[in-house]
Design a protein. Structure first.
Ligand SMILES: Nc1ncnc2c1ncn2[C@@H]1O[C@H](COP(=O)(O)OP(=O)(O)OP(=O)(O)O)[C@@H](O)[C@H]1O
Ligand SMILES: O=P(O)(O)OC[C@H]1O[C@](O)(CO)[C@@H](O)[C@@H]1O
Ligand SMILES: [Mg+2]
Length: 343
């Protein structure tokens, strides 16, 4: 078979390991051929692709980013967009199927292409936010947590030296998994996540109780966190390519509020895209490689409209419907468990 690969949405450590896993399994087990669409769905609607041979994926699993490039292009828009044009482009180039590696947006677009146009697409879940349902973890999350934890460890020593309150902002547009895990790993004194709005008074109570014990408080906040009463997440950076507010900056809002109310000198650090850059962790390399290999098997099983996913320690196949129907939120019980350690 001739299979087209694409990576779409924000990049994520492990994308290249998926590409390598898919290409090696396809070539070794099925004698497949591969092409890579450049820059996500843009490469599909513009018929912009290149052949990928075994040599191209050599040593790729440890490399961050994506060799194919990524974008937030909508495959239903533009001159070459929509299922009919895409099917024609695939037929013209002898491409039998697409493996779409992306988050909930990319996979929703993939599901629509299957449902509305009968395009042969299989999905692979990616996101550092870990917000995709129907998979226990997505690759990139473990690496992001590792990076955030290292940053928290470093911020604690400088906070301790100066007796300051540190506010560390991590990614997490809709869900607080990165904040929860890095905060627990780094021994944060408060973790603020989108699923659990809080008042500034509650936050300051935690901060003051830490200072009362003679410690320097460390607060981890997800970019999508809202203070009670805020109708939407803080945004002052305009819109992304899909017209959604670009987040980031809630930490810069909170630190001065904490300082003003408690009198404790406070600083903020926004980790931003550092969390998405660089080499994937060993866990993410293994997960991404297995998902890439399984996606090729799913193509040969003609599992169109399905996504490969991690369930326990097994790689399974689930419907894109299930994967994109709801987000994987942090359950209240997980937050309550972490909260015992706050303050
Ligand atoms: N319902 C939809 N129908 C068609 N296209 C969609 C739909 N939702 C999203 N897309 C397209 O898919 C692109 C990728 O989605 P999005 O920007 O949400 O990234 P993602 O794949 O969810 O990854 P991440 O959010 O982790 O960066 C969007 O920019 C948009 O062009
Ligand atoms: O700056 P970009 O590439 O638009 O992406 C930022 C977004 O990507 C994510 O990392 C993953 O969806 C979000 O947490 C964040 O809001
Ligand atoms: Mg998304």
């Amino acid at each position: 078979m001739k299979i087209g690969l694409l990576t779409s949405g924000g990049d994520c450590p492990g994308l290249n390991a998926v590409i390598r896993g898919a290409v090696l399994n396809g070539i070794i087990s099925h004698d497949d051929e591969f092409v890579g669409f450049r820059n996500g769905w843009r490469g599909v609607v513009e018929a912009d692709f290149e052949e990928i041979v075994r040599h191209d994926v050599r040593g790729l699993s440890k490399q961050g980013g994506t060799i194919l490039g990524s974008s937030r292009t909508n495959p239903f828009e533009g001159e070459g967009g929509g299922p009919e044009n895409i099917q024609r482009m695939l037929d013209d180039n002898g491409i039998d199927a697409i493996i779409a590696i992306g988050g909930e947006g990319t996979l929703t677009a993939a599901r629509r292409l299957v449902d509305e146009g009968g395009i042969n697409v299989v999905g692979v879940p990616k996101t550092i936010d870990n917000d995709l349902a129907a998979t226990d973890y997505s690759f990139g999350f473990d690496t992001a947590v590792q990076i955030a934890t290292e940053a928290i460890d470093r911020l604690r020593t400088t906070a301790d030296s100066h007796g300051r309150c540190m506010v560390v902002e991590v990614m997490g547009r809709h869900v607080g998994w990165i904040a929860l895990h890095s905060g627990m790993a780094g021994g944060a004194h408060a973790i603020l996540i989108p699923e659990q709005p809080k008042t500034i008074d509650e936050i300051c109570e935690w901060v003051e109780s830490v200072v009362d014990r003679g410690r320097a408080p460390l607060v981890v906040v997800a970019e999508g966190f809202t203070l009670e009463g805020m109708s939407e997440a803080h945004s002052h950076k305009g819109l992304d390519a899909f017209g959604r507010p670009r987040l980031g900056g809630i930490g810069e809002l909170l630190a001065p509020m904490i300082e003003e109310r408690t009198g404790i000198e406070s600083r903020e650090t926004v980790l931003g895209h550092i969390q998405r850059g660089g080499a994937p962790s060993a866990f993410d390399r293994v997960l991404a490689t297995r998902l890439g290999m399984a996606a090729v098997s799913a193509v040969h099983d003609q599992a169109w409209g399905q996504m490969v996913s991690l369930r326990g320690t097994d790689i399974e196949v689930v419907s894109l419907q299930e994967a994109t129907g709801a987000l994987n939120h942090v359950p209240a019980s997980r937050y309550d468990e972490a909260k015992i350690l706050f303050g």
